[in-house]
Design a protein around this ligand. Structure first.
Ligand code: GCO
Length: 409
């Protein structure tokens, strides 16, 4: 029996744009139209079906749920804040609380208001101040109901996809502009962290726990030669720990939110900056035994390794995302069970893990991959919006209920 610590957060994660539907004021909505990408459209219609979805989460013994707020709903035009949208998100959070589910609320999960994108988005230094005005607006009503805040989801991934690889809006490919964006995102987190804490302190409320959700991979040298080991170490320090260390130095981190999916096998083809940070193993003989439907290797032991490298920060760690897109639900449960064992091993070796949120509660819009990849504990039939609780969800629910994983699984 693998018993997890008491008061462990057990549940799942979603993001507004990927599940709500109808986010017409977001930059992604416009971009999908302009590029002909599969549109997010109605997504999972979670905006109107959240009570039904939270009933399912409760039935699966979740005691925590991570959601995001859609900035473009709350501020559809610059300076025009929507009390109606704020009331909606208050009702969403109250619906979780009414079911004994602790909300973890993300302020920014990849999408921006279309009006902000037109002003240069996160390249514009003025965006930091605009983000703080948005944060101040939502704190008014939501602060009394929220104890865990994630300011920005995966800032490094957002920078990489949108400003280095040019896959996501605004499709820039410039290391220089990427650096500028990352600096503005970092400033936004630090200032938002301070604003959130000041707000709770002024209202004489128990201080909240504030972090980011940082995508972390286990960077493993394919052939353990000097160049591959150097590259793996550089990537770990930049991709995984760069912002975490910065926020720690600024005392702007109450816990570490870790989004873990897989490892990266590092094989540098030649000396070069881009090669050091981006080359991966492509050896046919290194085809991995098991992957998700997007080709990401199933590598649970990498999560334990990543967690043990975080011990030195002496901060609680919440797995804010871990999941697999697959049509094979038996593989989904094997993936969850193997990663829970990996987390348990890290806890036994001193990693202060205090929660696990599976990505995702339901199948949803997987960004530029559209609706193909299915991560959900709950399957969605998009034409009918019918929800189907998967067997993996039931198995995970037993762990959520007991806080333990049967040893002989
Ligand atoms: C991310 C995002 C999610 C993704 C999930 C699967 O980590 O990229 O937080 O929006 O859907 O990770 O890729």
């Amino acid at each position: 029996m693998f018993k997890f610590p008491g008061n462990f957060l057990w549940g799942a994660a979603t993001s507004a744009y990927q599940v709500e539907g109808g986010n017409t004021r977001a930059d992604w909505w416009q971009w999908e139209k302009e590029t002909g990408k599969e549109p997010s459209g109605d997504a999972c219609r979670h905006y109107g079906l959240y009570e039904q979805d939270f009933d399912l989460a409760k039935g699966l013994h979740h005691n925590a749920h991570r959601l995001s707020l859609e900035w473009s709903r709350l501020e559809p035009e610059e300076g025009q804040f929507s009390e109606e949208a704020l009331e909606h998100y208050l009702n969403v959070i109250l619906a979780l609380r009414a079911r004994g589910i602790e909300p973890l609320v993300t302020l920014h999960h990849f999408t921006n208001p279309a009006w902000l994108a037109k002003k240069g988005g996160w390249e514009n230094p003025g965006t930091v101040k605009l983000f703080l005005k948005y944060t101040a607006f939502i704190l008014k009503k939501l602060a009394p109901q929220v104890r865990y805040w994630i300011t920005i989801n995966e800032p490094t991934v957002y920078v990489y996809e949108s400003y280095i690889m040019g896959l996501w809006p605004p499709q820039i490919k410039s290391l220089w502009r990427a650096r500028t964006v990352e600096n503005h995102l970092a400033a936004a987190h630090i200032k938002a962290y301070r604003l959130i804490h000041e707000t709770y302190w002024r209202k004489k409320m128990q201080l909240p726990s504030v972090s980011i959700a940082q995508h972390m991979q286990d960077f493993v040298p394919c052939v353990p030669d000097f160049r591959n080991k150097l590259a793996a170490s550089l990537r770990h320090r930049w991709f995984n720990l760069g912002l975490i260390s910065k926020f720690r130095r600024h005392k702007a981190l109450d816990f570490i939110g870790v989004n873990y999916y897989s490892r990266q096998r590092v094989e540098v083809q030649k000396w070069g900056l881009r090669n050091l940070f981006m080359d991966i193993c492509v050896k046919a003989e290194h085809r991995v035994p098991e992957t998700n439907s997007s080709g990401w290797e199933v590598y649970p032991e990498g999560l334990c390794r990543v967690l043990l490298k975080l011990k030195g920060y002496h901060l609680p760690i919440v797995i804010t995302e871990n999941g697999i897109c697959t049509p094979d639900d038996a593989l989904r449960w094997r993936y969850i069970e193997a990663h829970l064992r990996s987390i348990h091993r890290a806890i036994r070796e001193g990693a202060p893990v205090t929660g696990y949120l599976y990505w995702s509660l339901m199948d949803n819009f997987e960004w530029h991959d559209g609706f193909g990849p299915r991560f959900g504990l709950i399957g969605i039939d998009y034409p009918t919006q019918q929800r189907t609780v998967r067997e993996s969800a039931v198995q995970f629910g037993k762990v959520c209920k007991t806080g333990a994983l049967e040893q002989d699984l």
